[in-house]
Design a protein around this ligand. Structure first.
Ligand SMILES: *Cc1c(COP(=O)(O)O)cnc(C)c1O
Length: 224
């Protein structure tokens, strides 16, 4: 059996030592447990260990888990996967956060579908920092148009930026994200979140000011 509780403790230790190394306070970094493809029982173990933020990538699977765990009302659900426009209604009605907003059409749809709910939908804009054609995310030069569109979306709260730097990315790509974040944050005062860092690059991300790390395999084991 995988000891989820031990894995979470080990990741928290990694976070605190990375913070110490970067001369940052460990409570500036939120641990998001990425539970995609993993069964409910493992999420429950993580919950029992005190984990409250969960990230999911596949809408149908996520909605099933959210429904099954709806009595645990203190869980915050984050959608981190690619967004198809025909899934925006389900996403807007089940999640508190969406990290992967990367185009105007998706932002507008999420905004429409969030209307009538008690709380706004927290969003991060996914930036394609590596500039690879295959990856999702908005290119830095396309950000101004997306930001302008979001200013008219009253049911969305712009919380920050998200990135998935390419495998084996250098510290420089993370710093580039940090610089972009710090620049935009001056203009968009609701921005407080830089979502980057996964199991393999947590330390580079924390060095570059990440405030939310999205950790899957280091907590739940490899995905098949
Ligand atoms: C799967 C996933 C993660 C977690 O990746 P690990 O390498 O398992 O930690 C983080 N962010 C996104 C967007 C993901 O899809």
């Amino acid at each position: 059996m995988i000891a989820i509780k031990d894995n979470i403790a080990a990741v928290e230790l990694q976070i605190s030592s990375a913070c110490q190394h970067a001369k940052r306070n460990a409570n500036e970094v939120t641990l998001l447990a990425v539970s995609k493809t993993k069964p409910i029982e493992l999420l429950e173990q993580a919950y029992s260990a005190g984990q409250r933020n969960f990230g999911e990538s596949y809408v149908q699977e996520a909605v099933e888990k959210i429904t099954a765990l709806q009595n645990k009302t203190d869980i915050t659900w984050h959608f981190i996967g690619p967004i198809q426009t025909n899934k925006t209604k389900l996403i807007a009605s089940h999640f508190s956060w969406v990290h992967s907003v990367d185009r105007i059409k998706v932002a507008k749809r999420l905004n429409e579908h969030r209307s009538g709910q008690d709380t706004v939908l927290n969003i991060c804009l996914q930036v394609n920092i590596s500039g690879e054609l295959s990856k999702s995310g908005v290119l830095p030069q396309e950000l101004p148009a997306l930001l302008a569109a979001i200013e008219n979306c009253d049911n969305l709260c712009l919380r920050g930026l998200m990135a998935i730097p390419e495998k084996n990315a250098s510290q420089a790509s993370f710093i580039e994200m940090q610089n972009l974040f710090l620049k935009l944050k001056k203009q968009y005062l609701s921005m407080d979140t830089l979502s980057m860092g996964m199991s393999a690059d947590l330390q580079l991300a924390i060095n570059a000011g990440s405030t939310m790390v999205r950790i899957g395999s280091a907590i739940f084991g490899a995905r098949s």
